[in-house]
Every structure is written in C-alpha cells, then in structure tokens.
Design a protein around this ligand. Sequence first.
Ligand SMILES: Cc1cc2nc3c(=O)[nH]c(=O)nc-3n(C[C@H](O)[C@H](O)[C@H](O)COP(=O)(O)OP(=O)(O)OC[C@H]3O[C@@H](n4cnc5c(N)ncnc54)[C@H](O)[C@@H]3O)c2cc1C
Length: 328
Amino acid sequence: MSTNVLAFAESRGGELRRAALEAVTAARTIADASGGEVHAVLFGAPGIGKHAAALGAHGADKVLVVEHAGFTHNNPEAVAATIASRMGSGCRACVCTASATGKDVAPRVAAKLKVPIAADVIAFEVKGAAIQSTHPGYTGKVLQTTTLSATPAVVSIRPGSFLPKENAKAGTVEALAPAGDPAASRVRITETATGNAARLDLGEAPVIVSGGRGLKEPGNFKLVEELAAAFGNAAVGATRAVTDDGWRPHADQIGQTGRLVSPDLYVAVGISGAIQHLAGMRTSKTIVAINKDKEAPIFKVADYGIVGDALAILPVLTEAVKKAKAAG
Ligand SMILES: Cc1cc2nc3c(=O)[nH]c(=O)nc-3n(C[C@H](O)[C@H](O)[C@H](O)COP(=O)(O)OP(=O)(O)OC[C@H]3O[C@@H](n4cnc5c(N)ncnc54)[C@H](O)[C@@H]3O)c2cc1C
C-alpha cells in the first residue's frame, strides 16, 4: 500500500485559497501517521504553479502542478478525473475541503475509483490502516464516527476545521498532465458571480459576526458590520430568515442550506438557533450568543451568552473590542 496522501489545493481566479492550505495541513497528519509524503495537486491556468512554494511551506513534499487554460475556472469533471487517475497509480488517501468547489470534486473522485468517502469531516485519527473520522450528522444533532478501513479513501474536511499550519517541506514541483482534455469537459462554467472582493470570505474568516431577525430591520445590520470591522478579521453572516427577506445576500446565509463554517469565534446576534442554522455553525470553536430571550435554543450551543437587546449591546461590544484591540 502506498502511504502517500494527495491534497486537492483549491484556487480561484489564479489565487490560492485558504482551503488549499487546510487540505495540505490535514493531509500532513495522515501522511505523518503512515510514514508517507503529501502531494498537493494544484490546478489552474498557466502560471498557477507560482503558488507551489506556499503549499511546500505548509507541509507538501511535492506539488503536482496541472496548468491548462481549461482550468481557468473550476472544472470539477476534469479535476476529479486527474486526481482519480493519480490516485489509481498508488496513494493512501485524498483530502479535499468540503467547500462548494471541494464538494463538487471529492464525491466524483470516490465514485470514479469506487472507494469510500468521509464527507464534511471535523476531526480524524489515523489508526493503523484505517482513518477514523468525526463528522456532524442529522443536521448537526449528532457527531458520527466513521471508520474508513479501505484504502485509498477520500476525506473532505469542513472549512475552518483544520487550521493551516506552517510546516516547511521540500515542495518539489512536478508538472502533471490532465487526464483527458479539460476543454472537452461536459461541465462548462459560463459565468462566475463574485461577491464583494473587499470582504473576507465566510469560509476563510477566523471570526464571523452573524445576524438574524432579532435585528428587527435590515438597516440595523450596520451594527453587525461595525462589530465585524472592529475585530478586523471578521466576516458577516446571516440566517435564512433574513436572506429570504432580502435583508442580506443569499451568499451570506449560514446553515443547512447555506455555508458550513467553523471559525475560531462565532458571534450570533438576534438568532434563535434553529436546528438548520446550528447545522452550519455549531462546530465553531467559541460561540457567543446575544438574544433577548434567555430560553432561545442558541444558548444551548453557546460558550458565552448575553441576554438583552442586541441593538443596545452591539455598540457597547464594538467599543470594547476597539479598546481591547488598541491596547494590543
Ligand atoms: C429546509 C429548511 C432549511 C433551512 N435552512 C436554513 C439555513 O441554512 N440557515 C438558517 O439560518 N435557517 C435555515 N432555515 C430556517 C430556520 O428554520 C429558521 O427559520 C431560521 O434560522 C430563523 O432565523 P432567525 O434566528 O434569524 O429568526 P427567528 O427564529 O425569528 O429568531 C429571532 C431571534 O431574535 C431574538 N430577538 C428578537 N429581538 C431581539 C433583540 N432586540 N435583541 C436580541 N435578540 C432579539 C428572538 O428572541 C429570537 O430568538 C431552514 C428551514 C428549513 C425548513
């Protein structure tokens, strides 16, 4: 059995995504436990190979660069075919991120090779030849443990669950030819709608301040924006109740039918804590909830709770964060 582990290194618009470093970091754990190497697979238009050094700095022994104009946009069919072909020539596992891009790739790889997959994993342990993974089930009500005893296997990790760790390895660059012609893929991206580039992506932000219907009206979201700005490294999220009402863009929605996030800090403001919302954020490392109803279900998952009117509390909290930041 080969002990090497592949990591799918996501990029977008020619830039490496944090997901790539998370995948390499998680792959390193498996490779170290098995005595193997991490081979990061990086797809993109010609020139994408310039990011190989960053992957090497985070634990990739080798970076397989697949440069082709057909990878200018996400090309899940061709990416999955190339990864599956590489896995077929010997590998212990493949790690992807359970981001929108990764979710389009990981199951295709598993299906092509008819190998097991553990999806949306938040932690794992390597036990001999098996990978024992933990992932939320039943919209986050339970944590399931899955043992992947077959090799190779595919693991998709929840964004934010494996913090990128610097761990300098050789990062040797090798060109890899795509399996088949990427331009002939049945999936063609005709348009990519990008969000506000000046804002941190929800999947990459260490802090998320999220608002719900308790904010009363869309204009009050500026209080949430101000708290996020005070943190400096925060993104703004929302519940479905407010995205459905058009207060916030759908891209901001967190939950079962929105984004899955695991930031270091999640501040839930005026959010009841419906199971569908919890499904997207309950694996956050620290949860702070602000709600005027002390019985609100969000307090069951919160590490810290503030009972009161969010409209009065937010400005005070923002000032406190600003002061703490200024004091260093
Ligand atoms: C199939 C399906 C999928 C879904 N997917 C998602 C999903 O992905 N994400 C998601 O979020 N939801 C999802 N939902 C909707 C979910 O069930 C809830 O309706 C939604 O999360 C509620 O949003 P909310 O907490 O903003 O609003 P509410 O449930 O109305 O809660 C508002 C909260 O604000 C508090 N509040 C009111 N005034 C104040 C104040 N002045 N200060 C402080 N607190 C105050 C209230 O006490 C209350 O707890 C889904 C539902 C279904 C059926």
